[in-house]
Design a protein around this ligand. Structure first.
Ligand code: GLV
Ligand code: GLV
Length: 324
C-alpha cells in the first residue's frame, strides 16, 4: 500500500503525477485550522505533508500521529517548530538551492528600484505628468560604487555579493556569524560587526532567516545608527525588522527609501502606512516567484518527500539527525 500524504499546494501536472505514483494524495487548499479540523481523518493517516505556509507545531503533530516527513516548498522554515519535529522524529525537507539566483535578482531589483525611484517615476509617467523637461524631483541616487551591506551571508547573500561586486563595482561589507572566506576572496567582501554595517552601508540588504535571535534584530536603535540617506532592503523574513520603527525612520527621513519583499504580517494590510510612503517599494513576497524557479522548487519538494519517506535523506534535509 502506498503511504498517504497531504498536499496543500497546487502542483504542475507532471509533478502531481509523480507524487501520485508514490503516494495516496489528499489535496487541500492550505494548511489552516479550518482544513485541519475539516480533514482530521486525512491528517490522522498522513505520513507526509507537502506545501508551503501554515503552522507545523506540537499541536499539529498531535493531530498527525503517523507523520514521518514534511516537505516545504521554500527555503525558509520558520513556520515549523523544528524542536517538536525532532522530538517526534519527523524529517523536515526544504528547497535551499534552486531559488538562490532568483532571490538575489529580486534583491538587486529592489536596490535599483528603490535608489532610482523606478516605480514612483514610472507611475508619474503613466499619470501623464511627463510634460516638460524633468527636474530634480524625479532624480534618484546612484547604485554603482556605493557600499552594499549584506546582513546574513548565506547562499542568497553570496549571489547578491556577486552581482553587486562584478556588475556594479560596489564595495561589500557583510555581517554573519562566521567569516565567509569565499565571499572575501571572490567579491572582496569585508566582515564587520552589525554596528559598522549599519553606520557604513549605503544599501543594507537583509537576507536572514527568522529565528529567535533575528526577530526584530533591526529596530529603532539599529535604524538610528544607519548612515543618513541609506536604503534598507529586506527579502528574508519580515519580522527581522521592527516594522513600526522602520515606518518612523522612513517618515522622518533617517532612511532614503526601503525595498521590501517581506512584511511582519503577510499579506500586507491594505491600510499599512508603508503603502502611503512614496519612498517604499513593496512587493508581494515574490523573491523566488519566476516560472522556472517555482517549478524547480516544487520539483525539489516532491523529490524531497519521496526520498524522505523511502528512508533515505537527500541533501535538502534540515534535521538529518532524526534518522540516526
Ligand atoms: C520564501 O520566502 C522561501 O522561504 O522560500
Ligand atoms: C548567516 O548567514 C550566518 O551565518 O549568520
Amino acid at each position: 500500500m502506498k503511504p498517504s500524504v497531504v498536499l496543500y499546494k497546487t502542483l504542475p501536472d507532471d509533478l502531481r503525477a509523480k507524487l501520485d505514483d508514490h503516494f495516496t494524495v489528499t489535496e487541500l487548499s492550505d494548511l489552516s485550522p479550518e482544513t485541519l479540523s475539516r480533514h482530521a481523518d486525512a491528517f490522522a493517516q498522513t505520513e507526509g505533508i507537502l506545501g508551503s505556509g501554515g503552522k507545523v507545531d506540537a499541536e499539529f503533530l498531535q493531530k498527525t500521529p503517523k507523520l514521518r516527513a514534511a516537505s516545504t516548498v521554500s527555503v525558509g522554515y520558520d513556520n515549523f517548530d523544528v524542536d517538536a519535529l525532532n522530538a517526534r522524529g519527523v524529517v523536515l525537507m526544504h528547497t535551499p538551492t534552486v531559488l538562490t539566483e532568483t532571490v538575489a535578482d529580486t534583491m538587486m531589483a529592489l536596490v535599483l528600484t528603490s535608489a532610482r525611484r523606478i516605480v514612483e517615476v514610472a507611475d508619474r509617467v503613466k499619470a501623464g505628468e511627463w510634460q516638460g523637461s524633468i527636474g530634480a524631483d524625479w532624480f534618484g541616487v546612484d547604485v554603482h560604487h556605493k557600499k552594499l551591506g549584506i546582513l546574513g551571508m548565506g547562499r542568497i547573500g553570496m549571489a547578491l555579493a556577486q552581482r553587486a561586486h562584478l556588475g556594479f563595482s560596489m564595495p561589500i561589507l557583510y555581517n554573519a556569524r562566521r567569516h565567509h572566506e569565499e565571499a572575501e576572496q571572490r567579491f572582496d567582501a569585508t566582515w564587520c560587526d552589525l554596528d559598522r554595517l549599519l553606520r557604513e552601508s549605503d544599501f543594507l540588504c537583509i537576507s536572514l532567516p527568522l529565528t529567535e535571535e533575528t526577530h526584530h534584530l533591526i529596530g529603532r536603535e539599529q535604524l538610528a545608527k544607519m548612515k543618513p540617506g541609506a536604503v534598507l532592503i529586506n527579502a528574508g523574513r519580515g519580522p527581522v525588522v521592527d516594522e513600526e520603527a522602520l515606518i518612523a525612520a522612513l517618515r522622518d527621513g533617517t532612511l532614503h527609501a526601503a525595498g521590501l519583499d517581506v512584511f511582519e504580517k503577510e499579506p500586507l494590510s491594505a491600510d499599512s502606512p508603508l503603502l502611503t510612503l512614496p519612498n517604499v517599494v513593496a512587493l508581494p513576497h515574490i523573491g523566488s516567484a519566476t516560472h522556472e524557479t517555482r517549478y524547480g522548487m516544487a520539483k525539489d519538494a516532491v523529490d524531497n518527500l519521496i526520498t524522505a519517506l523511502t528512508g533515505k535523506v537527500g541533501k535538502n534535509c534540515v534535521n538529518p539527525q532524526v534518522l540516526k
